[in-house]
Design a protein around this ligand. Sequence first.
Ligand SMILES: [Zn+2]
Length: 227
Amino acid sequence: MIALGVAAHPDDLDFGASGTFAKLAKGGASCYYLICTNGCKGSDDPKMTEEKLIEIRKREQEEAGKVLGLKGIFFLNHNDTQLVADLELKKEIVRFIRKLKPDLVVTMDPTLVYSKRGFVNHTDHRAAGQATIDAVYPMARDRLTFKELEKEGLKPHKVKTLYLTNFDSHNEVVDISETMETKEKALACHKSQVSDESIEWVREMAHLVGKERGYEFAEAFVKLELK
Ligand SMILES: [Zn+2]
């Protein structure tokens, strides 16, 4: 089993899916993250610079990856808040899908533009999700798309399952009771982004989602079994 998470910023997948990734890794799966931007805008500290923040957030994500047992983390280093779901980004993602050959791809649901719970879904989240969906189907699958990749030895690959993180909608609930603690540890690695309060909020949400199925803690996804 090979699982690949694709998201916009360092910390996105740890909020939405790290309990699931830790569980998969514990069960012997090879798990990878692909992070599309450098996260250079995520600070209110007047002394923080973009250059420093890029390094800090990369290190934080790498530390979290060790906690989760990920096999590898890759960074595309696009500028934060400027991610566009264009052909170039889709090709970059296709490259990793063809290289890693994941059975499962996890990304962010681009159909969530805003939530009536009171937030707008970040433009980078939507771009990363849209580009990843398009990369999974049809671009990674079709031999005649990006023919130059086949010449590099990157053969077409068909992803079996797609998980999308979406706060407002789901049809799949993953029991993460055994890895909730690991998820909290991974989140705590993102010191520049995550407070004790936000970890407490994640815990409460995971408990609430779990309740639906009688699990102590869970993560929820829109799940697509691709034909
Ligand atoms: Zn984000």
